[in-house]
Ligand binder design. Structure first.
Ligand code: HEC
Length: 114
């Protein structure tokens, strides 16, 4: 009698955890789906770009004043992406294409504002 009661409780608990796992799984899927679609829409993630830029050695040769100088050479978002790519190659950081786009988005949001 005692044993069967224990068994029922055990089954109840395991059903409960299964249910929770299902909820967590669904939530996880929904969240990752949102994440994928948001990165697909935006061309670059400025927040991630900020993290990358802050953690980089980009400030070794020049400060951020080159981004706001009136003599700056970068005239478009395309120029900016090319400049980030070129400077990344100087540092051998080997940023992925997405990283270059993220840093471009950050510098544009913060300084260039194209
Ligand atoms: C080895 C030295 C060096 C490092 C490291 C470096 N830069 Fe530069 N960067 C330069 C020089 C020199 C110029 C100016 C080139 C010119 O006259 O166009 C420049 C120019 C730029 C420009 C264009 C400024 C304009 O005229 O609008 C951007 C954007 C830029 N750098 C971004 C970066 C980023 C992002 C990093 C880090 C990945 C970085 N730089 C690291 C040397 C460096």
């Amino acid at each position: 009698m005692k044993f069967s009661k224990l068994l029922v409780t055990k089954i109840k608990i395991s059903m409960k955890t299964m249910f929770m796992t299902k909820i967590q799984l669904t939530l996880g899927l929904v969240l990752s789906g949102l994440l994928i679609s948001s990165t697909a829409i935006a061309s670059g993630n400025a927040a991630n770009g900020k993290t990358l830029f802050t953690g980089s050695k980009c400030g070794t040769c020049h400060g951020t004043e080159v981004y706001t100088s009136k003599d700056r050479k970068v005239k478009s978002l395309k120029d900016l992406e090319a400049a980030v790519r070129l400077n990344d190659s100087k540092l051998n950081t080997n940023w992925f294409d997405e990283d270059v786009k993220d840093v471009t988005a950050y510098l544009n949001q913060q300084y260039y504002k194209f």
